[in-house]
Ligand binder design. Structure first.
Ligand SMILES: [Fe+2]
Length: 312
């Protein structure tokens, strides 16, 4: 068996993994090694992993059980755990929504976010595979939320430790889900600082897209504090890592301790970009003061196959 090696992308965020073949069933000791590496590096990048959707779902189950593709958007008909995202379709949707408005084209999905925080139990791990990748462009950025938190002053951290935030999403025009489950609205209350269930490290648990307000603050106070924190998230280059995709690149990230943004430049190139996403079921985040996330509206984000793996 080849030696497994990890080549860090930056000193604190992300690593390329060498010597692992994800296209075959993984031995439990390899899964354990990768899980440990994921906790440390937070983003793992695997190159030249030529696989089909069935293999990606099996890989996802090995890490704790695949959820449905998305709480709102349907997965592939044959593989309900797989979310296919084609940039051409997003560009078309954007052009339609901005047609006639004379709007300046905006970038597509550059917003920093943690996946599915509008659910009370967002997925623990996200797995994304490059299926059709342009020659240049379409990179994904990652931000280390533990470093984001630890870079704040002790006094501010102490205050943030006591807060909770409302995350929500409502897509009234979403087509029905194939499995009959509700497409929302979803509203979840999360701690503003989450404690990692495996390492107990604290992360600033923030997102530009789903996080609406901080509970207990006046609207202007909440907006000002979130503005500052989100500026820190986007502006602290030293906590970022950037992943360049190729076809058959597979990236796995710890959705409990990194935020991501991408593709960062979807309107700057013309070619197609298709990625397939799967997600590992997650538990309810908790805060330093013991607050546990709860759903105010909507169901939990559950594993499709209850016998697969162990949730974390
Ligand atoms: Fe995402």
């Amino acid at each position: 068996m080849p030696e497994i090696a990890f080549r860090p992308l930056t000193p604190i965020t992300g690593a390329e993994v060498l010597g692992v073949d994800l296209t075959v069933d993984l031995q439990p000791d390899i899964v354990a090694r990768l899980r440990e590496a994921l906790l440390h590096h937070k983003v793992l990048v695997f190159r030249d992993q030529r696989m089909d959707d069935a293999r990606q779902v099996a890989l996802t189950d090995a890490f704790g059980g695949a959820t449905a593709a998305h709480p709102i958007t349907n997965g592939l008909p044959e593989y309900p755990a797989v979310l296919r995202t084609a940039l051409s379709e997003e560009r078309a949707g954007l052009a339609q929504s901005e047609a006639g408005l004379g709007a300046t084209p905006r970038r597509i999905r550059t917003e920093w976010h943690i996946d599915s925080t509008f659910m009370a139990n967002p997925n623990s791990i996200t797995i994304l595979r490059g299926v059709e990748i342009p020659p240049a462009g379409g990179d994904t950025l990652f931000a280390n939320l533990e470093a984001l938190y630890s870079g704040l002053s002790p006094s501010l951290r102490k205050y943030l430790d006591t807060l909770q935030a409302m995350h929500s999403r409502h897509d009234p025009s979403a087509p029905p889900r194939a499995d009959g489950k509700s497409t929302g609205p979803f509203v979840a209350l999360h701690p503003l600082v989450s404690v990692h269930p495996e390492t107990e490290a604290r992360s600033l648990y923030i997102s530009t897209v789903f996080l609406q307000s901080i509970r207990g603050l006046k609207p202007r106070e909440s907006a000002a504090l979130l503005d500052f924190l989100l500026d820190e998230l986007a502006g602290r280059d030293e906590i970022h890592a950037r992943v360049r995709w190729d076809q058959d690149t597979l990236v796995m990230w710890d959705n409990r301790s990194v935020a991501h943004a991408g593709p960062v430049d979807g309107l700057l190139f013309k070619e197609e970009r298709i990625v397939h996403r799967t997600t590992v079921v997650g538990g309810l985040p908790s805060g330093p003061d013991g607050f546990v996330s709860r759903a105010l509206k909507g169901d939990l984000f559950e594993a499709l196959n209850a016998t697969a793996g162990t949730a974390s």
